[in-house]
Write a protein that binds this ligand. Structure first.
Ligand code: M6R
Length: 357
């Protein structure tokens, strides 16, 4: 039940710190070490390449997951939109391992890939919020998101839970492979949960930024590089799906190759700046849009922030920055949709789970 909340989406945004803490408990052994089913670890250790298959927000979560898997386990990882996998089928490695990311576990586009990979005999893991869902039943292994039911069509807590689960899985494998000496994810995800809470506690500020920046605009952009680019894609999907503002998530460096032509007086451009090695470049790209009239906003991370930045998120392990930087973008989308009088939980033309191909 949504209780005193006007919409499930706000409730589900608010639940994210608790979801993080619950996950840490669920994936902990009696010695307080993070753990996952050894059979999953063994299957992944045997593989030479991971293929993440997903749609929508889960695809965007997969992009972050790829970074986590590659950095912590050194297993090459590809992410594929499930509805495209059948046409743009990659040449598979000798020992592929498939990870299906799906909040509902019922997405038909993803299931049709699983049917194929099962026919080929490749091992698969489903990371889902729903125990007993179709994808969970039909794949070899399951890891649960433990996020509690997600009712709002716009996915929020499933995205952050997916990232946390993939971070835990990656660390466990990294330790097993001897690439990581001592795990920090238990601590770092806890710190991220506190950071998420701090942003949620300050949500009035984000509500007023939503009014200032997004109340009348017909289009908007999120930009970023590296991890921030992945979050820009998710931020854009969230904003467009519930506010109906045409929003694009863009690689900050790619704007100048065409899309900058769309920037007009007062077009909102929101830059994500949470990674040191790219911060200067992204700010430079934002400046280029400002020079063409953009209404620029910055979401930065403590340590990389400047006094003029509109939103500064607390410092967290850079591998987990997406967990935290996505929160203000969820809240911007929520308030923008609310102020426009839309049905936040049930945007037009959309269903919670897409069971047709
Ligand atoms: O249940 P799934 O995670 O497989 O769903 C995938 C997408 O349909 C879903 O993430 C969709 O994009 C959301 N409405 C985004 O908020």
């Amino acid at each position: 039940e949504k209780g005193t909340y006007p919409y499930y989406m706000l409730k589900e945004i608010d639940e994210q710190p608790a979801v993080m803490r619950k996950l840490l408990l669920k994936y902990q052994d009696e010695n307080n070490n993070l753990t996952v089913d050894q059979a999953i670890v063994d299957a992944m250790l045997e593989s030479d390449r991971v293929y993440i298959i997903a749609a929508g927000t889960s695809y965007n979560g997969g992009l972050v997951g790829k970074e986590l898997i590659e950095k912590m386990t050194h297993i090459p990882t590809e992410v594929h939109v499930s509805s495209e996998f059948g046409y743009n089928t990659p040449i598979l490695s000798e020992k592929p391992f498939f990870i299906f990311l799906s909040q509902s576990g019922e997405t038909a586009d993803s299931r049709q890939v699983l049917v194929k990979t099962n026919a080929l005999g490749h091992p698969s893991l489903t990371v889902t919020n729903v125990a007993g869902s179709t994808l969970s039943r039909e794949s070899n292994f399951t890891l649960l998101l433990n996020a509690g039911p997600e009712i709002a069509v716009a996915s929020t807590k499933a995205y952050t839970a997916q990232i946390a689960v993939l971070a835990i899985l990656s660390e466990v494998i990294g330790i097993e492979k001897g690439l990581i000496n001592k795990g920090t994810m238990l601590h770092d995800i806890g710190i991220a949960a506190n950071a998420i809470q701090a942003i949620i506690d300050d949500k009035e500020k984000i509500e007023s930024l939503a009014s200032d920046y997004l109340s009348t605009s017909r289009n908007a952009f999120y930009i970023g590089r590296g991890m921030d680019y992945h979050v820009a894609l998710e931020a854009a999907l969230k904003l467009k799906e519930i506010s109906y503002i045409q929003t694009e998530g863009f690689a900050a460096g790619e704007l100048k190759h065409g899309t900058i032509a769309l920037i007009e007086e007062d077009t909102p451009v929101i830059a994500l700046v949470t990674e040191k090695r790219v911060a200067g470049h992204t700010r430079g790209n934002l400046q280029e849009t400002k020079a063409r009239g953009a209404h620029a906003m910055v979401i930065s991370m403590e340590g990389l922030d400047r006094p003029e930045d509109q939103i500064v998120i607390p410092h967290v392990n850079p591998l987990l920055s997406a967990l935290v930087s996505v929160i203000p973008t969820q809240l911007l989308a929520y308030y923008c949709s609310l102020h426009r009088g839309n049905d936040v939980d049930k945007p037009r033309n959309l269903a919670k789970s897409v069971t047709v191909e």
